[in-house]
Design a protein around this ligand. Sequence first.
Ligand code: KG4
Ligand code: ZN
Length: 342
Amino acid sequence: MAIKILGIETSCDETAAGVVEDGRTLLSNVISSQAHLHSKYGGVVPEIASRQHVRDLVPVLEQASANAGVGLEEMDAIAVTFGPGLAGSLITGVNAAKAIAYSLGIPLIGVNHLEGHIYASWLGQGDLASDPGFPLACLVASGGHTDLLLMEGHGSYKLVGRSRDDAAGEAFDKAARILGLGFPGGPEIQRVSKGATGEETLPRAWMKDTLDFSFSGLKTALLHLAQDRGIYPAPEDGVDQERLIRELAAAFQESVVDVISSKLVEMAAKYRVKGLVLGGGVTANSRLREEIVRRSPFPVIIPPPILCTDNGAMIATCGYFQYLRGEQTPLDIDVDPGLLLG
Ligand code: KG4
Ligand code: ZN
């Protein structure tokens, strides 16, 4: 009998639920983004986020069940993100998951959001069909993390590199703000960078002899360059604003892509991995995907962009592998906003 798992994700500003069969077959994936509510603040406002999850979660769950053609009573388990993330946001999803699991008498499975991003690669067309085996070099690059993790088997990780300051996604969001672009910043930077000539460059923080990252200096360098070129804080008379935004956005993107792709490939060689796995919103970036594939001598597994950003299906898939190991979460579990992986 196929195992059907409902995955719930409310760690940040996406209210999401998905149904996955046997950890690999995507039956539904419903995502309600709150980006439009947070964009005027240039970042996620925690209280607005939790209250919107309260409004959206039941309709999203109903839609996920309907799209999958699987009633809640037919689910074998409920998987939910319990950390890391915003406490108030996590609580909405965890409490809903507890209520469903309790009322149906089925297992609750608490999932680490970062591990969920890794497991997106086991789903759908991005699946590990040509399974390279373990160990794998995993990059999780999101709004809150830039982690390099050595995955030695299902559920087994070693953190070997991380950002010492801003996460890559956070840096994209701050860079977009400097350039007067919308929120979230990553997709905006990618969009406006198209057609850049590469005439502007920004520094790279190599953090020599480590697999760690640092992106806060890059943000400051971008700010100074934007001031120098006369587009920050407001465009000066006579500057070609459109061209400068394009060139500066591209310079920023290239700097992030260069550092992340070279550290990931360096890590993969150091640990003699069988393949690379990418996850998290920043890995939706087309230049980053292209550059990692170009530089890697190892197979690269990348989920489609819609499964790189936050979603419930990846939580269901991750939950499936925990379910197979008999891991269940007690119904009195609390959220863990600072949860680590590896
Ligand atoms: O994984 P995610 O959806 O949520 C968190 O767990 O944080 O990642 C969100 C982050 C945001 O900072 C957003 O700007 C970034 O991912 N992002 C991108 C792209 N799409 C989303 N960054 C660069 N290029 C993109 N195409
Ligand atoms: Zn995420």
